[in-house]
Design a protein around this ligand. Structure first.
Ligand SMILES: C[S@@+](CC[C@H](N)C(=O)[O-])C[C@H]1O[C@@H](n2cnc3c(N)ncnc32)[C@H](O)[C@@H]1O
Length: 292
């Protein structure tokens, strides 16, 4: 498994300039950020959260060399307020979206490049989540088109939704869906896309399946009620997420809760993008809550 934490240097720079004895890594993933914190700030304690048990197991094993300086909990950041002592941290960092492990494990069903069941749940133990296959079955054509447009900005959202509903073949696997999208999009369009024809639909389904926008809203609501000195950092990959973070930071600043540290979002260097394709759409925003 490769670890290429996105914009880690920029994240570390913000943390370095502020108190950082207790750091919350709210999206542990493969543990890339947590490892960066533990190595660079030898007096810190880091708590990692992830809604994916596989990520927790993987990062725990990888970071066990740090002993009691690191702990990991299987939690959804949308329920942050239920974590004991959650207000005792100096830094709260969130690197949104999917991890490399989720994408590269075909059985999880996130990947349009490998065949697997159409699942996409980040937490398969969460009974409230439908799989991507169930979403395709249960939503009607209009709902599907809206999902593909809202969360994927897919221009052919209506055509793809119609093809899904008309399909005689059951859509059980990622390949079934990729093939249907390939058959639906006009060939010249596919040639000009410069990206995989199924990328947008897969992204949209993943965001919908995991209720990602709502979880982010819940998280921002909790953070917005904090009253202690705290650095908050978000790295997001999608305009919906970035807009939500930006809007909340603006509101907090207008309410005199603290200050925005990034007037414009930071983006990765050309070099990082050349090394790590996933970094290309990243946007980093930071806020400092001042005790009130
Ligand atoms: C981009 S990865 C994080 C990568 C990590 N920064 C690293 O360097 O290895 C995002 C992680 O956040 C987790 N995640 C997404 N939404 C979450 C939520 N609502 N609560 C907790 N974890 C979440 C995903 O399961 C995934 O493991």
């Amino acid at each position: 498994m490769t670890h290429e934490p996105v914009m880690l240097n920029e994240v570390l720079d913000f943390v370095k300039k502020n108190s950082h004895s207790r750091i919350l890594d709210g999206t542990l993933g493969l543990g890339g950020y947590s490892e960066g914190f533990l190595k660079n700030f030898p007096d810190s304690f880091v708590l990692g959260l992830d809604r994916d048990q596989q990520a927790i197991n993987f990062a725990r094993e990888r970071l066990k060399i740090f002993g009691e300086r690191f702990a990991a909990v299987h939690k959804n950041f949308g329920e942050l307020e239920n974590i004991p002592n959650i207000k005792s941290f100096d830094v709260y960092a969130f690197d949104l979206g999917v991890s490399n492990m989720q994408i590269t494990t075909p059985e999880r069903g996130f990947s349009f490049q490998n065949d697997g069941p159409l699942d996409m749940r980040m937490n398969p133990d969460d009974e409230s989540l439908l799989t991507a296959r169930e979403v395709l079955q249960r939503c009607d054509e209009r709902e599907l088109a809206k999902i593909f447009w809202d969360y994927g900005e897919e221009k052919f959202s209506r055509q793809i939704a119609a093809a899904i509903k008309k399909s005689r073949k059951p859509l059980n696997t990622t390949s079934d869906l990729v093939n249907l999208i390939r058959e639906t999009l006009p060939q010249p369009v596919q040639r000009k896309m410069g990206t995989h024809p199924a990328r947008r639909v897969f992204q949209a389904l993943r965001i919908y399946v995991n209720n990602e926008t709502q979880e982010l809203e819940n998280l921002l609501k909790t953070l917005g009620n904090f009253h202690h000195d705290a650095l908050i950092i978000f790295v997001s990959y999608h305009s919906i997420e970035d807009r939500l973070v930006k809007k909340n930071f603006r509101e907090w600043q207008n309410e005199n809760k603290g200050k925005i540290l990034t007037r414009h979002p930071l983006t990765p260097t050309e070099f990082e993008i050349s090394q790590n394709y996933r970094a290309r759409s990243a946007k980093l925003r930071a806020f400092f809550i001042i005790r009130y």
